[in-house]
Design a protein around this ligand. Structure first.
Ligand SMILES: [Zn+2]
Length: 169
């Protein structure tokens, strides 16, 4: 609410002309919408934050695992997939880390990133039986792809939950 400087009537904050005396009130300062940044952060329930950090941790662990996979640490994942695992593993670990520190810019791309994770999870699961000979590695990647897709779903949820306030425009 604002007050008309001439007749002192209380007016709705969106008012441009006082309906009581006709004074132009467009220049009257409006109450600034409450910044919720740090308050919203504190208001998040402990379980939500715990879940959020847990999912971020899984993302970082997956990223590191996929990078090592690309490097051939667990046997060759096939020439075609090698680079995908290396590059994507690094990105995954980086995004997980930045989210953990609640960097606002990463929140803005996190939902798109979750979609990429699901798509690549499918690619990993489908390609593993075709490109990998080592049975242990093949199953490892299938499980990894599944974990990636599930954690992407949780990340999508938690990013929405925890971004309230930290992203306020
Ligand atoms: Zn007035």
């Amino acid at each position: 609410m604002i007050k008309c400087p001439k007749c002192n009537h209380t007016l709705v904050a969106t008012t441009m002309v006082c309906q009581f005396c006709g004074t132009d009130v467009s220049q009257v300062p409006r109450p600034v919408e409450q910044k919720v940044d740090k308050n919203a952060y504190k208001m998040l329930s402990k379980s939500t934050l715990r879940g959020f950090y847990f999912v971020c941790g899984i993302q970082v662990a997956l990223g590191i695992f996929e990078f090592l996979l690309g490097m051939g640490m667990f046997g060759s994942p096939g020439e075609m997939m090698k680079t995908v695992y290396e590059v994507y593993g690094l990105i995954l670990a980086l995004v997980g880390t930045l989210l953990m520190f609640r960097i606002a810019a990463i929140y803005q791309v996190s939902s798109a990133f979750c979609a990429v994770e699901v798509v690549l999870g499918v690619v990993f699961i489908i390609s593993a039986p075709l490109t990998i000979e080592i049975p242990g590695l093949k199953w490892g990647i299938i499980v990894m792809g599944a974990i990636q897709m599930i954690s992407a779903g949780f990340l999508f949820y938690f990013a929405e939950e925890t971004a309230v306030g930290s992203m306020s425009a």
